[in-house]
Ligand binder design. Structure first.
Ligand SMILES: NC(=O)c1ccc[n+]([C@@H]2O[C@H](COP(=O)([O-])OP(=O)(O)OC[C@H]3O[C@@H](n4cnc5c(N)ncnc54)[C@H](O)[C@@H]3O)[C@@H](O)[C@H]2O)c1
Ligand SMILES: CC(C)[C@H](C(=O)O)[C@@H](O)C(=O)O
Ligand SMILES: [Mg+2]
Length: 371
């Protein structure tokens, strides 16, 4: 039997521990029923780490994240920590993980499950059959650019500064990931920036175009300004296959894409680094949603985004496509039966369930499928 995979679970704040609880059940099931074993270590990130350690992620947790086979994260943040110093806010823990692990490519697939075509706030015909992938640059841009900060101008005014910065290599490495993924899907890539306003957007378009000519001319490449892309995503989202964009535009466009699928509670993500000499990538898997303070502690959270993130881990970090298919298929079965958490209740809900009951229904469907 293969050695157990080493995972670091960082459940975080708010609904993070609730949705991660369902992932732990699925991981245990995989060990007992499919001989895919996991050694799970757990640590704190975000507000809970601030409470316990005074920082949103400790050096010891960072060391663990650097050495495991994959990291799973729930969500960080919440109003309880609104008053902490900006440098140690909960979100800074997640940003440090992404930056120090060099997870530059964030894959955010938005897929409309057939049973949920009516759960979207858009019309069925607009979203039915949708299957797009947003590749978001994750370690650069305005999230990390220098200079940054708030300065006192001394005349009663203050100035807040963030800097949008991209280099050639940062653009090319994430674009290469997107081109490769497009080749495995519909072979179409749309690169999104604002080259009409920003020099960094101009460089982005030039570098993506150059890389296309050099190495990926078989892929159909198009370019779009980010504001237009936001509009096109709700006008006609099925025109897209793979979208590649920067850190901030990717953050916003992926929340928008989530609503095409019915709920933010449906969107998983994989954050990947470059492969090492042995072909292994550092990786962190997390739902696109946050800690949802408005529903935390009530058993209302949809665990599907986090379970699908676990499925992405099986596929991308461990090449366990069959096991990933099993989870994704079970999610589809459960939705077909009309089992819904409140966020995806829509019009087709036959049974409104809690976080835990959704997990149980998915586990049962996995068991049925593997019989
Ligand atoms: N990756 C992360 O850890 C992450 C991502 C986004 C936001 N955040 C943080 O989360 C906190 C809250 O942010 P927000 O309210 O803007 O965004 P959010 O994603 O937490 O919630 C937005 C809305 O979506 C709903 N929602 C989100 N996930 C859901 C789920 N699984 N099931 C059902 N409904 C769900 C919430 O109830 C809320 O109404 C902030 O501190 C923010 O920084 C963290
Ligand atoms: C919590 C926050 C730092 C994060 C981001 O902006 O990247 C979140 O919104 C996301 O989409 O993962
Ligand atoms: Mg976001």
């Amino acid at each position: 039997m293969a050695a157990n995979k080493k995972l670091l679970v960082l459940a975080g704040d708010g609904i993070g521990p609730e949705v991660m609880g369902e992932v732990k059940r699925v991981a245990a099931w995989m060990g007992s029923q499919r001989a895919v074993g996991f050694d799970i270590d757990e640590a704190l990130v975000g507000g809970c780490s601030i409470d316990a350690n005074g920082v949103p992620v400790t050096d010891a947790t960072m060391d663990k994240a650097m050495t495991v086979d994959a990291v799973l994260l729930g969500a960080v943040g919440g109003p309880k920590w609104d008053g902490v110093d900006f440098s140690i806010r909960p979100e800074a823990g997640l940003l440090r993980l992404r930056k120090d692990m060099e997870l530059f490519a964030n894959l955010r697939p938005a897929l409309v499950y057939p049973a949920l075509a009516d759960a979207s706030s858009l019309k069925r015909e607009i979203v039915e059959g949708l299957d797009i992938l947003i590749v978001r640059e994750l370690t650069g841009g305005v999230y990390f650019g220098e200079p940054r900060g708030i300065t006192d101008l001394g005349n009663g005014e203050r100035r807040g500064i963030n800097t949008q910065v991209y280099t050639t290599s940062e653009i090319r490495r994430v674009a290469a990931v997107a081109f490769e993924l497009a080749r495995k899907r519909g072979n179409r890539l749309c690169s999104v920036e604002k080259m009409n306003v920003m020099e960094s957007g101009r460089l982005w378009r030039e570098e993506v175009t150059r890389l296309h000519q050099e190495q990926y001319s078989d892929v159909q490449l198009s370019h779009m300004l980010a504001d237009n892309c936001a509009m096109q995503l709700v006008r006609n989202p099925k025109q897209f296959d793979v979208i590649v964009t920067d850190n901030l535009f990717g953050d916003m466009l992926s929340d928008e894409a989530a609503m095409l699928t019915g709920s933010l509670g449906m969107l998983p993500s994989a954050s990947l680094g470059a492969p090492d000499a042995a072909g292994r990538r550092k990786a962190l898997y997390e739902p696109v949603h946050g800690s949802a303070p408005d529903i935390a502690g009530q058993g209302k959270a949809n665990p599907i985004a986090t379970l699908l993130s676990f499925a992405m881990m099986l596929r991308y970090s461990f090449d366990l496509g069959t096991e990933a298919d099993l989870i994704e298929g079970a999610v589809s079965d459960v939705l077909d039966r009309g089992i819904r958490t409140a966020d995806i209740a829509g019009t087709g809900a036959a049974q409104l369930v809690s976080t835990g009951d959704m997990g149980t229904a998915i586990l049962e469907a996995m068991a049925q499928r593997s019989r």
